[in-house]
Design a protein around this ligand. Structure first.
Ligand code: NAG
Ligand code: NAG
Ligand code: NAG
Ligand code: NAG
Ligand code: NAG
Ligand code: NAG
Ligand code: NAG
Length: 774
């Protein structure tokens, strides 16, 4: 009897797990409502990203499902960014015919040619994107590493013309955009200089486009609204009036079925041709598409979840989130002029301020080799620029948002994958430089105000800083982030047996306390919130300034409150003092006692979420969902996590609460649904019940499979409380685990019930904290 039952259970378990994860990837999640995701065809971390670009006002990722019109099909994109639209360089655009069959009879400028597509023709899946324009031209696309394939199918009786436009999404093209078309083969080569979307300087991108499938009828170049078959090369000025002059090349074809192959490079058009030939030699669409599917299947298959009882939308939400963690950053190894050809180089960090919290920690688990390469790439940027970046895109330095948060990334990796092929002494040199040396332009690397940091122990408001220059705002959030950065440096120092440094940076990691004003109150709509003690700005003479703790919070009614990188911005970046009050990731014990003990700490967290002071669409909110663990109430973290998912993260085109920020939002969903949330920079994952009956995660490093299994799983999510747990068969009452869970393939069994219990609530069950719990 027992064995029969066992067999039945085994069978039902076997059918109820995800086998083909790609069917659960919906690339259109976040393609509307400001999610700004890249919805098109790409490989994991691929440099070639093909999609239809639209003229939406929020087309940062290229394609938007808001009824906006298609302006072209370009090959380079970023995903989920704020700032200006990024990349979108070198757009192809098809015309079924030109008026009177003369080349001048086509409308070349982007704003004139924009055209709707037929909604129900839209298809997007890993490595594939397709739609049919209103004029019945169907365009489907797929991608390899550095090259894309676009298949154009024209209606019968067309006289097809396809242009290549020297444009980008934000119309940032500078002087001397150049293109040429070969009279016989129709090959187009070119380059232009563009601006990065959230950074300094400019970059030059190159392309090479080849066409196959139909005979070339004739070709030439166009500029503005006029074209000629007599001219085959052009160099374009940026022009005046702040709008780059439309210009590019065209081919006309005899035949209705045309495939265009576009290679991209930051080194040369010749390299772009070479890469495209190597990657997509035969123009074989199905083969290229199938290779892309295989690459994605390989990346997504380390995680398998049970489908038992849960709605398909939950599984789609989950795998789509995971998918998005591997769209950005992008692997530009070998195609950039910055580091040597075989040296790892990744770009599109929007920004590490966003990515350190959960995206990179997520990849550390399921794609460790990629994280090793990403870190080696960051070190290569350090070797070239002299500094680790915070933001970085399109070969350019990006704008630093707060601390030198690459330090957190390094500590997280050091603790979890410290045995990897990473030059840890170079890592240490780089993070110590962040802490000790002030860059001349700390807009875009390192930290500002280091003299004050070292002498006063905080970043003062209205600092006197003559050694380096940056926006003199965010004194509170910078103090809090620098404190955590220094903690992370002490972690690496400690691991390298450098006790002197470890102690020095541990000491500096306590600097957050210097901005805590213990008698500061906070009022909401004129009535006291009942909480006392908040961070406040402080002058160089150690007297206090004032910023309303709710300034720049999600419920701040004042439209003039600004907390980004404006000169007039507040002392907290993209967030309020209320939310930043919880950002002491390394010493939650000290923070809790500073705020008046666990009961008050819990009340504050509840108030933060219940009053919607925090906004889950921005990364500082992530950890606050789970910080109840540190006050001995892991059950409340589970409740909060279900409060936000799926209500704020639904698997629909408008379902993201904000920019995906590379894949930061995606990684939040993935971690929360697995039920293990990281406190990055520390070897800690906070345990909550998964959204699935069981989860298997195979480590790419050891090949071992970690399992989380629930007993009493309830797909209606009423039983979200852990009654008791075992780890590898032993009773386990700590409310957190470490990374060895994944690498050693342990099994965590969670016994669930519908009521909060004492599991994980005792002092000895709490996650590590710098100061012992009281
Ligand atoms: C197509 O979908 C978009 C976005 O959902 C919508 O705005 C537009 O009206 C739709 N167009 C048609 C013709 O239904
Ligand atoms: C097309 O030809 C007709 C008749 O010659 C002429 O009136 C019209 O302006 C032409 N249109 C274009 C765009 O050249
Ligand atoms: C464009 O080319 C001209 C001529 O070679 C050169 O003088 C100018 O500096 C170039 N402009 C840019 C922005 O590269
Ligand atoms: C996890 O792995 C175990 C052992 O191979 C297997 O029995 C179980 O079905 C897997 N569960 C999932 C959700 O993949
Ligand atoms: C504060 O006032 C705003 C607008 O007057 C209102 O929407 C909100 O509900 C009030 N909040 C509280 C907690 O009273
Ligand atoms: C401290 O500095 C602030 C800002 O410059 C100034 O307003 C205040 O008067 C100073 N207080 C003392 C006691 O010097
Ligand atoms: C569990 O909680 C519910 C309400 O949340 C309560 O009605 C019930 O009595 C509780 N069960 C136990 C065993 O405490």
């Amino acid at each position: 009897m027992a064995s029969i039952l066992g067999a039945v259970l085994f069978l039902s378990g076997a059918v109820a797990q995800v086998t083909d994860p790609l069917q659960y990837v919906d690339q259109l999640i976040g393609s509307n409502n400001g999610g700004n995701v890249f919805a098109g065809a790409t490989l994991p971390y691929g440099a070639a990203k093909a999609v239809a670009d639209t003229d939406s006002g929020s087309n940062q990722g290229g394609f938007v499902t808001d009824g906006s019109k298609v302006t072209g099909f370009s090959s380079m994109h970023d995903s989920g960014t704020g700032g200006n639209p990024s990349l979108g360089n070198f757009a192809l655009f098809p015309y079924a015919s030109c008026a009177n069959d003369t080349v001048d009879g086509c409308d070349f400028p982007k704003k004139d040619r924009a055209i709707n597509f037929i909604n129900d023709t839209l298809k997007a899946s890993p490595g594939y994107f397709s739609l049919t324009l209103e004029n019945n031209i169907n365009v489907e696309m797929t991608a390899a590493e550095h090259s894309s394939l676009f298949h154009f199918n024209f209606p019968q009786g067309s006289n097809p013309l396809i242009i290549m436009d020297l444009t980008d999404l934000s119309n940032s093209r500078q002087d001397n955009g150049t293109i040429s078309v070969d009279a016989d083969t129709g090959r187009m080569m070119g380059n232009a200089r563009f601006l990065p979307s959230f950074g300094q300087g400019d970059y030059v991108a190159y392309f090479c486009a080849d066409f196959q499938g139909a005979q070339i009828r004739d070709n030439g170049i166009f500029v503005n609204s006029r074209a000629s078959t007599d001219v085959k090369d052009i160099t374009l000025s940026r022009s005046i009036n702040g709008y780059p002059l439309p210009g590019g090349a065209f081919n006309r074809f005899q035949g209705n079925d045309i495939t265009a192959r576009v290679g991209v490079s930051f080194i040369s058009a010749e390299q772009a041709c070479q890469l495209a030939e190597n990657e997509i030699l035969s123009f074989d669409f199905d083969k290229t598409h199938s290779a892309a599917r295989d690459a994605w299947t390989k990346k997504l298959s380390p995680i398998s979840v049970s489908t038992q009882g849960v709605d398909k939308s939950m599984i789609t939400n989950f795998y789509s989130g995971i998918y998005r963690t591997m769209v950005n950053p992008q692997d530009y190894t070998g195609i950039n002029p910055i580091v040597g050809s075989d040296e790892p180089y990744f770009d599109s960090f929007y920004c590490i301020w966003d990515l350190f919290r959960s995206q990179l920690p997520f990849l550390t688990i399921i794609d460790t080799p990629a994280v090793v390469k990403i870190i080696q790439g960051l070190l290569n940027i350090y070797k070239t620029n002299g500094w680790l970046p915070d933001c970085h895109m399109s070969l350019c330095k990006g704008l630093t948002q707060g601390g030198s948060n690459a330090d957190n990334v390094m500590a997280d990796a050091f603790l979890k994958i410290g045995g990897s092929e990473i030059d840890w002494s170079l890592v240490y040199e780089a993070v110590v430089k962040d802490a000790e040396e002030e860059p001349y332009d700390w807009c875009c690397e390192g930290r500002g105000g280091l003299d004050s940091w070292k002498s006063l122990g905080y970043i003062p408001v209205q600092d006197f800083d003559y050694k380096g220059f940056g926006t003199m705002t965010r004194s509170i959030s910078r103090t809090l982030e620098y404190s955590y950065n220094d903690y992370c440096i002490s972690v690496i120092a400690n691991g390298q047996r450098n006790q002197g440094d470890a102690e020095k940076y541990r000491k500096r990691s306590e600097n957050w306390m210097n901005l805590y004003k213990s008698d500061q109150t906070s009022s909401l709509n004129g009535s006291n919130t009942g909480f006392t003690g908040f961070f406040q700005p402080r002058f160089m003479n150690e007297t206090w300034g004032f910023q309303d703790p709710l300034y720049c919070s999600n419920i701040d009614p004042n439209p003039n409150s600004v907390c980004s990188l404006q000169n007039t911005a507040g002392e907290t970046f993209e967030s309020s003092i209320w939310e930043y009050s919880f950002f002491v990731p390394h010493d939650q014990s000290k923070l809790t006692s500073t705020m008046g003990g666990p009961t008050t700490f819990i009340k504050r967290l509840d108030y933060l979420h219940d009053q919607k002071i925090t906004y889950i669409g921005n990364e500082p909110a992530f950890l606050t969902v789970f910080q109840y663990h540190y006050a001995g109430r892991p059950a409340l973290s589970a409740q909060r996590s279900h409060f936000y998912i799926p209500q704020f993260f639904s698997p629909t085109s408008g379902g993201l609460p904000g920019n995906d920020d590379s894949g930061a939002m995606g990684s939040f969903v993935a971690f929360a649904m697995i039920g293990l949330f990281p406190n990055p920079g520390q070897d800690v994952y906070l345990i909550t019940p998964p959204f699935f009956a069981s989860v298997n995660i195979t480590s790419p490093v050891t090949g071992k499979t970690a399992r989380i299994r629930t007993v009493g799983f309830d797909p209606t999510y009423r039983a979200i409380y852990i009654r008791h747990a075992t780890l590898d068969g032993e009773v386990y009452s700590k409310n957190w685990i470490d990374h060895s869970f994944f690498t050693e393939g342990k099994e965590l069994v969670l016994f669930l019930g519908a009521n909060e219990t004492v599991w994980g609530t005792r002092k000895e069950d709490l996650p590590p904290s710098l100061t012992p719990y009281e």
